[in-house]
Write a protein that binds this ligand. Structure first.
Ligand code: ADP
Length: 400
């Protein structure tokens, strides 16, 4: 069965086509500037040059229409007709407490997800638009939703309850949900494969360090804690997000800077993190270049980032009473040799010893700990699309 994976944002859309008999990636692409001037689709049949088409796309249905044309094209397509696509897997960010697993799309599921929109007002509505557009164009193709929050639903209450009046949890669903769940789950499963040990016998700390970043504690294959919270703002220092701060700072800044409604939120989400500290960039490559040239704030931003990752690693070792493997993934985790070095430095007493030579690797599954390290340190490129395709295939094959 061939599966189309759709990850729909407000003005952009990523897609992949995978053949699930072999899990081979057949094609992938990106649509940008949906509903804006200069809408463009960049499509790549694996092994061929990219095909780029600038064409007006007034909405998500237009965008999906161009995706379907691209994947059926005689030259750069990968299917002869849409009948070959057995299912569509959609990434949906937030399922609240409704779903702890991926599910087949039904009218009831869609109603439930509408209710979750207030928990993820920026993400869920475009995700749902993507589903609606696909349903309109492929009315007979089964669809599955895969949620960023689902994997974290196994957290115990002591990990997800905030120490604020309990009624806010009951009335408004204010609790830790966690995000990046598909990625944390994927790399945890890969860890078990790489180490040839059952997931059930492992304690893993997964560090998804991208522009958005989170750490999870995974015991016996179940997430027991994660650093992102009610929203993706909590936890680690990120590209532009603050991560954990004293909540009193928000009111204080609002008064001091005489900020309008919503501005503080914007500052914490878009102008903070390593960008806010360094004043240079949210991209670690730029910050590292500046740090090397002696920019002290860039140096500080890198130190603060690493400090927070180490802080969570320590906390999760305590929560799990040990750790067997620490995994690095996503843009920074997969590529930033220096940052992995800083994070893992001087943790020998915890049995964590990075091999500085093996660590000189980017974007390739590698065990980067020393042979005498009790804890394995592993670089695993994440593959959320494959995880979405797998869940989609496993659900749909049962009903076909
Ligand atoms: P997103 O959260 O947007 O999916 P990614 O996981 O793609 O983010 O990570 C993007 C980030 O990865 C970039 O902003 C950059 O900071 C970092 N990155 C990518 N390549 C490198 C590299 N070679 N060295 C250091 N950092 C890198």
């Amino acid at each position: 069965m061939k599966v189309l994976v759709i990850n729909c944002g407000s003005s952009s859309l990523k897609y992949q086509v995978l053949d699930m008999t072999t899990e081979a990636l057949l094609a992938k692409g990106l649509v940008e500037r949906i509903g804006m001037d200069g809408s463009v689709i960049t499509h790549e049949k694996i092994g061929m040059d990219k095909f780029i088409l600038t064409v007006p796309m007034k909405d998500h249905q237009d965008a999906i229409g161009h995706v379907l044309e691209a994947i059926q094209d005689a030259d750069h397509g990968v299917v002869a007709s849409m009948d070959e696509i057995g299912a569509v897997g959609h990434r949906v960010v937030h399922a609240g407490e409704k779903y702890s697993k991926s599910v087949l799309v039904t009218p009831a599921v869609l109603r439930g997800l509408e209710e979750c929109c207030e928990l993820a007002p920026l993400h869920n509505p475009p995700n749902l638009l993507g589903i609606a557009a696909c349903q309109a164009l492929m009315p007979n193709t089964p669809m599955v939703t895969v949620f960023d929050t689902a994997f974290h639903q196994t957290m115990p209450p002591e990990s997800y309850i905030y120490a604020i009046p309990y009624e806010y949890y009951q009335k408004h669903g204010i609790r830790r949900y966690g995000f990046h769940g598909t990625s944390h789950k994927y790399v945890a499963e890969r860890t078990a494969d790489i180490l040839n040990v059952a997931l059930d016998d492992l304690k893993i700390i997964t560090c998804h360090l991208g522009n958005g970043a989170s750490v999870s504690a995974i015991k016996r294959g179940k997430c027991i804690d994660t650093s992102m919270g009610f929203t993706p703002l909590e936890g680690l220092v990120m590209g532009t997000r603050s991560g954990d701060i004293d909540p009193a700072i928000v009111t204080f800044i609002r008064e001091k800077e005489k900020l309008e409604q919503g501005v503080a939120n914007d500052i914490l989400n878009k102008k903070s993190g390593v960008l806010g500290i360094s004043g240079v960039s949210s991209d670690f490559r730029d910050i590292e270049a500046a740090a090397e040239e002696g920019n002290e704030r860039a140096q500080l931003a890198l130190k603060v980032f690493a400090h927070k990752v180490r802080f969570y690693i320590g906390a999760y070792i305590a929560e799990m009473n040990g750790v067997d493997a620490i995994v690095f993934t996503a843009g920074v985790g997969e590529n930033d040799i220096e940052m992995r070095d800083i994070i893992c430095n001087d943790l020998g007493n915890l049995g964590i010893k990075l091999d500085l030579v093996k660590n000189k690797v980017r974007g390739k599954e590698t065990i980067i700990s020393r042979d005498d390290s009790k804890v394995k340190i592993i670089l695993i490129p994440t593959n959320e699309e494959l995880m979405i395709a797998r869940d989609t295939y496993n659900i749909v094959k049962k009903i076909k």
